[in-house]
Design a protein around this ligand. Structure first.
Ligand SMILES: Cc1cc2nc3c(=O)[nH]c(=O)nc-3n(C[C@H](O)[C@H](O)[C@H](O)COP(=O)(O)OP(=O)(O)OC[C@H]3O[C@@H](n4cnc5c(N)ncnc54)[C@H](O)[C@@H]3O)c2cc1C
Length: 417
């Protein structure tokens, strides 16, 4: 089934009776070439690129809940390629380029909206950092512009420019950044993978990873044993728990990150705005809700719900930045489990067990990585060589210290930054 304007028109005129399920609901087979653990954005994108670019279709994605029920459907939907450090910057650049052609490639409306991002700066030091970051982004081949206070005011007049604590001096802008509808991205990749023969198995929890003589042979699941030549982790916040099934300890701490949505209001915020001093990001959804978030809840947890001190902190920052928000009612909030690494950068690599692959450590930035991560991970699984854009994402860097990309500057303990 292809989507098109004509199809929408035809269905509209004929009672919308022709839409079918977007993917099959198959029983798991006994044996696959590749089993992917986790039906979030990264697992589904990996399955799609394995089939679409490498012709590997004897693949199962095993998801313990429902497709897209994890972080891919819980994030604040921001897509950008404005990372600073080598290793990260070329990867996110690759990912943004994939985003730009994704809807056409998948024939699926992921509501990709390149509305631009403004990273506000509030003092001279932050301005200097923004200049350096901007130069690095331009060097990478992506776009960045330094805006002064008046230019920011012209784009976002509702911001609080006269806040004594956090005066707005300007912003680093990336016009190609923006937002995409998060769960539609998961559905688009799921549909694309399914159309190429990948089995998407929901309600199938992996409970064990079978290893014989140093080689992976399959997985134990809530729906029985499934054998596989290759097993690929894509379990995001649960990566530490899943890796432990193969006897591995990963350099990952799991923390909760919360998101908030207000009631729908008239169009107010055109871009994505981030507030450097208090660490807040805000955008407006197509339904009118203001979507925002801030820091992690600063203790390790697997509970996907947030705590009140961070709610208070986030509201305080939000009202300091956009005073008009104080008049809106908060509609809902939720949490997701983040797989935090000590250097704030991800891992896409072989595990030290033959046939086992790792994709984890996305911290709070893995949504924008979805196509790039799936693309690079599929390349690694298919060829056993790292993709050029993800060549730095080695597990070994945490042992050797070579190749660390301390993008966050928070060090090993995220609750201490
Ligand atoms: C509140 C919030 C805001 C965020 N905002 C942004 C943002 O604006 N921009 C951005 O780039 N990133 C953002 N992120 C981060 C981003 O959402 C994640 O980094 C990314 O979604 C993680 O990859 P994923 O989509 O594959 O994860 P998930 O969707 O969590 O997929 C992992 C899947 O593995 C499954 N699983 C786990 N264990 C097992 C098992 N044993 N057996 C079978 N299945 C299993 C889970 O059920 C889950 O569905 C945000 C995250 C949160 C929570």
């Amino acid at each position: 089934m292809r989507f098109s304007g004509w199809r929408v028109l035809k269905e509209g005129l004929t009672g919308n009776k022709g839409w079918g399920p977007q993917w099959r609901d198959p029983e798991p087979k006994r044996d696959y070439d590749v089993v992917i653990i986790g039906g979030g954005g990264h697992g589904l994108a990996t399955a799609y690129y394995l089939a679409a670019e490498h012709g590997i279709t004897n693949v199962a994605v095993l998801e313990k809940g429902y497709l897209g029920g994890g972080n891919v459907g819980r994030n604040t939907t921001i897509v950008r390629a404005n990372y600073y450090l080598p290793g990260n910057s070329e990867f996110y650049s690759h990912s943004l380029r994939l985003w730009e052609g994704l809807e056409q490639e998948l024939n699926y409306n992921a509501m990709m909206s390149q509305r631009g991002i403004l990273n506000l700066y509030h003092n001279d030091g932050q301005r200097d950092a923004a200049v350096r970051r901007g130069n690095s982004i331009i060097n990478q081949g992506d776009d960045a512009e330094l805006l002064n206070r008046d230019q920011v005011r012209a784009l976002a007049p509702y911001l609080n420019f006269d806040n004594n604590r956090f005066p707005i001096m300007g912003a680093l802008m990336q016009r190609r950044a923006g937002t995409a509808r998060h769960d539609a991205v998961a559905w688009g990749f799921a549909r694309g993978a399914d159309m190429r023969g990948v089995d998407l198995i929901q309600n199938c929890e992996v409970t064990g990873i079978d290893v014989e003589a140093g080689k992976v042979t399959g997985v134990q699941t809530s729906r029985g044993v499934i054998r596989a030549k290759k097993v690929a982790l894509a379990a995001a916040g649960r990566s530490g728990q899943v890796a432990a099934m193969a006897g591995l300890t990963l350099p990952i701490e799991s923390h909760v990150l919360q998101a908030f949505v207000s009631e729908g209001v008239k169009p107010l915020i055109d871009q994505v705005i981030t507030f450097a001093e208090g660490h807040l990001y805000i955008s407006q959804s197509d339904k009118g809700g203001l979507v925002f978030g801030s820091y992690l809840d600063f203790y390790s947890s697997y509970a996907a719900r947030g705590n009140l001190p961070m709610v208070e902190h986030t509201m305080e920052n939000c009202v300091a930045m956009v005073p008009a928000v104080s008049k809106a009612r908060l509609l809902r909030s939720w949490g997701g489990i983040m797989d935090m690494t000590p250097d704030g950068s991800p891992i896409i690599d072989h595990a030290p067990i033959d046939g086992l692959y790792l994709n984890c450590g996305w911290c709070y930035g893995g949504f924008k990585a979805t196509p790039g991560s799936g693309n690079a991970y599929a390349h690694l699984i298919a060829t056993d060589r790292p993709h050029g854009a993800a060549a730095w994402f080695k597990l070994d860097r945490f042992r050797s210290g070579y190749g660390l990309m301390d993008e966050e500057g928070t060090g090993a303990q995220h609750n201490l930054h």
